[in-house]
Design a protein around this ligand. Sequence first.
Ligand code: GTP
Ligand code: MG
Length: 200
Amino acid sequence: MKITSAEFHISAPNLDACPNWAFREFAFIGRSNVGKSSLINLLTERRELAKVSDLPGKTRLMNFYIINRRWSLVDLPGYGFAAGRKAERESFNAAVAEFLEDRVNLARVFVLIDSRLPPQPIDLEFVQWLGRTHADYALVFTKADKHSITQAQANIALFKAKLADWRSDIPEIFLTSSKTKLGRTDILASIEATLTGHAA
Ligand code: GTP
Ligand code: MG
């Protein structure tokens, strides 16, 4: 899929504030600093569409972007960031949970996981929780450029083995790098397939 336009639309603190439109939405979530905003910039080939930061917890609101005037990308706040007041942190987590459980427009969730790490409890718990909602999801292993593909594949294999303990169908998996552009065309092809209703 060629990206012809990518525009920021709105930041929403909760489900009620989400846009009232017919666009199908593809949401990106994962731990703070895993590379959500970088991946959105990679997919859209816009260097500063989503704000990238070395400080975890930069994205605190649900940020909606309109792509090709046809569909939407949603940059969700990272789970597990330590900054901010406790009440604020909890209200954002609750808002994201409500979005993932109830948002009618939501077509698919991409869960980002750092490919450099063996399976982390926080990621496994999140994926397990997500599996209990009706949301369709895929896994995206990020920062592939930071180590060898073999090491990344080993961590992916470990994660799949953990998943297999509690679900029989393994979700679609991508390996990406915002530096080398690895995974970009595969993710866009998968989004296109979902939008058109054809298998990738
Ligand atoms: P929060 O919004 O804080 O939750 O973070 P985020 O998940 O949006 O991460 P962000 O895209 O801001 O990236 C965090 C840091 O990781 C930045 O310093 C990025 O430059 C770096 N980074 C992200 N993706 C990659 C990647 O694929 N390769 C490398 N080498 N660095 C990356
Ligand atoms: Mg971010």
